[in-house]
Ligand binder design. Structure first.
Ligand SMILES: *Cc1c(COP(=O)(O)O)cnc(C)c1O
Length: 377
């Protein structure tokens, strides 16, 4: 049977590891240890070792991971947290909900990521933390961001929700996994992320023993000892069934990333010389893991291309149609001092094509032919 072209193909991926997943879930059903079963810690330890950090603290989702990190760091209302203007809203939201001030920085037009230069433009004496988001699967240029943070005494919270498995190379040749370079790293296991579970999940990564303990306490109603609440926390857990799914999938993450890179290279070879679009670029310091394959479309033709593809049964998505400063909930945080021109321009020109671990070349050829046909008109 011909498979329908989709943005993600979770079912195809599941079928390849069905036996292990089904048996693992059945084992949880037998023990009924739905919360805090031993598989949760097993997965957290495996994730810490995969990313090369001392601690991985599991939680309910990626947005909670960001919020718990900000709480564990003890930031106070009015403290400023720098976030990119071109991203998913979760990082700004986590700050704002705690009474912190999300300050929007612009991004680089080629990598789509916030740079140290962008951050520098919006620093004030109230800045306490920065949240670099490794967007679409590619690492931010972390070395300059880490030295800027050092210079100003800022915490760095990496939003690694889209880039688990990606790497960054420092100028001395050291290679680190994204999420493992800042004060804390946050990730999400939403089903469509590179390591996705079958519901919601998230985790916080850190090398700092004290911060790991704080994050654990915050995620557990502020308790270290049961029924002794030391701080105001929240309730944010990764459940055992999700930990089983993640435990089964983590050993395949490198394969999944390689499949994504291969599919991206196939698109890029075919589309790089098409006039009217820019293919995504891999920065020299980054090993991109393509959570999204995102084109930039020139001449205001993005929406027209999207409709053209849709008419041919080819899905595509706009991540993200509005920069933060144009969002009703966040526009109040926008500042005149910051030029967010690149973020605005990207919001009106980006288009993500279908890309997942199960994508076949004939499916990609369909997409490629349609894109080429559009630009020939
Ligand atoms: C998905 C995502 C999140 C939030 O993760 P959830 O698990 O959905 O809460 C945060 N930041 C970015 C960049 C994301 O893509």
């Amino acid at each position: 049977m011909e498979k329908k072209l989709q943005m993600v193909d979770l079912h195809g991926q599941y079928l390849k590891i069905k036996k292990e997943i089904d048996e693992g879930i059945a084992a949880v059903l037998e023990t009924c240890a739905f919360i805090n079963g031993p598989q949760v810690k097993q997965f957290a330890d495996a994730l810490a070792s995969y990313t090369g950090v001392r601690h991985a603290v599991p939680c309910a989702n990626g947005t909670d991971a960001l919020m718990i990190s900000l709480m564990a760091l003890g930031l106070r209302p009015g403290d400023e947290v720098v976030v990119p203007a071109f991203t998913y809203a979760a990082s700004a939201e986590a700050a704002a909900i705690l009474g912190l001030v999300p300050v929007m920085a612009d991004v680089d037009p080629v990598s789509f990521n916030m740079t140290a230069g962008n951050i520098r433009e919006v620093l004030t004496p109230k800045t306490r933390a920065v949240i670099p988001v490794h967007l679409f699967g590619q690492s931010c240029d972390m070395e300059p961001i880490l030295s800027l943070a050092d210079e100003y005494g800022l915490y760095v919270i990496e939003d690694n929700a889209q880039s688990l498995g990606a790497e960054y190379e420092f100028s001395d040749g050291t290679v680190k996994k994204t999420g493992a370079m800042g004060t804390m790293g946050c990730t999400s296991f939403f089903p469509s992320k590179n390591l996705g579970c079958y519901g919601d999940g998230g985790a916080i990564l850190t090398d700092d023993d004290r911060l790991a303990e704080s994050a654990r306490m915050v995620a557990s109603h502020g308790q270290k000892v049961k029924y002794r609440h030391s701080v105001i926390g929240c309730n944010s857990r990764l459940d055992t069934i999700q930990a089983v799914v993640l435990g089964a999938k983590l050993p395949h993450l490198d394969e999944y990333c390689a499949a994504r890179r291969e599919a991206a290279a196939y698109y890029t070879r075919a589309l790089r010389n098409v006039e009217g679009l820019d293919v995504p670029e891999e920065m020299p310091f980054a090993r991109h893991v393509y959570n999204q394959y995102t084109l930039r479309i020139g001449c205001g033709r993005r929406d027209e291309l999207k409709d053209f593809l849709e008419a041919r049964g080819i899905p595509s998505m706009i991540y993200y149609p509005l920069p933060l400063d144009r969002q009703e909930a966040f526009c109040r945080f926008s500042r005149e001092s910051a030029s967010l021109e690149v973020s605005r321009e990207l919001a009106s020109s980006v288009l993500s094509l279908p890309l997942h671990t199960e994508l076949a070349h004939w499916q990609q050829d369909m997409v490629i032919d349609a894109v080429k046909e559009f630009f020939k008109q």
